[in-house]
Design a binder for this molecule. Structure first.
Ligand code: BG6
Length: 484
């Protein structure tokens, strides 16, 4: 994809996301396409600083997130020549006059406002942009997650943004949708004919979606403690993966065709009612422990975390879909910080053979693993005879390792999504009704936990979470992949 002419304005331009992900992603796109003209990036934040100060900050903080092999000093200098800085308080209408002045000569260009501030500011920022005459037909707004803390607050934000921007201009980002293997899941399902007949309750026994991280709250304590794992990860990333996995084949790859199908999945989620909250959900909080042999503190001892916090850093949920394709198939969702390994993967366990003539244990069926992290891989486990006189079988994987197969560098999720926003491609962004349906399922879980009033279950850092997370799945006769 080549770049077209655009102005990209980052609210939160000095923030963690801009430095860690957004600017490195743009640098990579710039370097690969060598597109030199007709675009600029304006970092916007409240700090008073000059353009030089900003460039120093970017050089200091952002460069370290560009892997050594990808750094090219000439390209970097050329890239930063496109960067500007503007001091602006998003809430002050008067501050927008200078932004308007900077943009006055490029009114017919694509204009992208990327809001990576607290979602509670989105409404006011959009109103101020509009009042300053900055919203042109070619303008798009990108909204970072989490969009609200619950269904009601998300409704309010969407309502306010929707008064200024049309839905086709609103890009609600979930960076998991930009990950290469998620694209590959779509390719696997809809580019091959062999999977579709198997992709249903008659052949699939259970599905596990895990996003385990080894990091803790990493200086984001204040934000994290207000949100917790359910809102930070499940409401968005895990549910989006579930949607792509479980949706009916859309009639095309057009944004609404895909999003209509995802919406149906979210609407088919069986509500988790109060009587099921204890058996179908587990919330945990990490205690002190060790990651890769190095001692790490517990959540309550992290910076910015109140000593009596009951915010969860781990969630496991048994989700179910009420439709013909998936009725009776459990989808176990799990995510946590400070877990044993950094791994994000989808595991699809097929049913065992109906009648065993070979010595295969009942729990060993075929398995498809779609791995997003740390490496991008697709593994299909088949039963194979072990060489020798005896008829012994065991699972062996057909492994597609993308790094091996395609020697090219993988795009980061933000590279793809930023380019899509600039190009106006909405397929990988969430539509308003999807978000609403996701919150509609999440809110009762949160309410259930509140009503229950139990603290989250402790787990030592460097483990797979509280023991209750194992019980959640063994109760149904299954095991998590690392145990099975
Ligand atoms: C973010 C969450 O959306 O995703 C973080 O806010 C989390 O808490 C991150 O660490 C994980 O993303 P990735 O791409 O590193 O798996």
């Amino acid at each position: 994809t080549s770049l077209q002419e655009f102005d990209l304005i980052f609210f939160g331009g000095t923030g963690d996301l801009a430095m860690r992900k957004l600017l490195p992603a743009l640098y990579n796109r710039f370097r690969d396409s060598q597109h030199t003209q007709g675009w600029r990036i304006i970092g916007v934040a409240r700090q008073d600083m000059s353009r030089d100060d900003y460039l120093n900050l970017v050089n200091e903080h952002c460069r370290q997130f560009i892997p050594h092999g990808e750094f090219d000093a000439v390209a970097w200098t050329a890239f930063t020549a496109h960067l500007e800085y503007l001091k602006l308080d998003g809430l002050l209408a008067d501050d927008y006059a200078e932004l308007a002045r900077r943009l006055q000569h490029s009114t017919d260009r694509v204009r992208v406002f990327y809001l990576s501030t607290a979602a509670s500011l989105f409404a006011q920022i959009c109103q101020n942009l509009s009042a300053a005459g900055l919203v042109t037909p070619q303008t798009r707004v990108v909204l970072e997650k989490p969009l609200g803390r619950d269904r009601a607050s998300s409704f309010e934000i969407n309502e306010a943004v929707g008064k200024i921007f049309e839905e086709r201009q609103i890009f609600r980002i979930d960076h998991y949708l930009g990950k290469e293997t998620v694209q590959n899941l779509i390719a696997l399902r809809f580019g091959n004919s062999i999977f579709e007949p198997l992709w249903r309750r008659s052949n699939i026994q259970d599905v596990q979606i895990t996003i385990a991280e080894t990091v803790g709250v990493e200086g984001r304590g204040e934000y994290y403690d207000r949100y917790g794992a359910l809102r930070d990860m499940v409401q968005n990333h895990l549910l989006q993966l579930l949607c792509i996995l479980a949706m009916e084949p859309p009639s095309s790859i057009d944004p609404d065709a895909v999003r209509d199908e995802k919406l149906k999945v979210l609407r088919a989620l069986k509500p988790i009612t109060m009587d099921a909250i204890k058996t179908k959900t587990v919330r945990g909080q990490y205690r002190a422990g060790a990651i890769d042999g190095k001692a790490v503190p517990g959540y309550l001892n992290e910076d910015g975390i109140p000593a009596d916090s009951s915010t969860e850093t781990f969630v496991a949920i048994k989700a179910e879909l009420e439709n013909w394709r998936w009725s009776g198939v459990p989808f176990y969702l799990r995510t946590g910080k400070r877990m044993q390994e950094r791994v994000a993967e989808i595991v699809i366990n097929f049913r065992p053979v109906p009648h065993a003539i070979l010595p295969v244990s009942a729990s060993e069926g075929n398995r498809l693993v779609i791995r997003l992290q740390p490496d991008e891989e697709v593994m299909l486990y088949l039963m194979v005879k072990v060489p020798g006189a005896e008829m012994k079988v065991r699972p062996v994987d057909l492994n597609l390792d993308f790094k091996q197969e395609f020697k090219t560098r993988q795009w980061d999720a933000y590279e793809r999504l930023l380019m899509d926003a600039i190009l106006g491609k909405l397929t990988l962004f969430m539509r308003r009704d999807e978000l609403d349906a996701a919150w509609r399922w999440i809110d009762p879980i949160r309410d259930g936990w509140d009503a229950l009033g139990e603290p989250p279950k402790g787990y030592a850092a460097g483990t797979w979470g509280p023991t209750a997370a194992s019980t959640l799945i063994t109760r149904d006769g299954f095991t998590w992949r690392e145990d099975g």
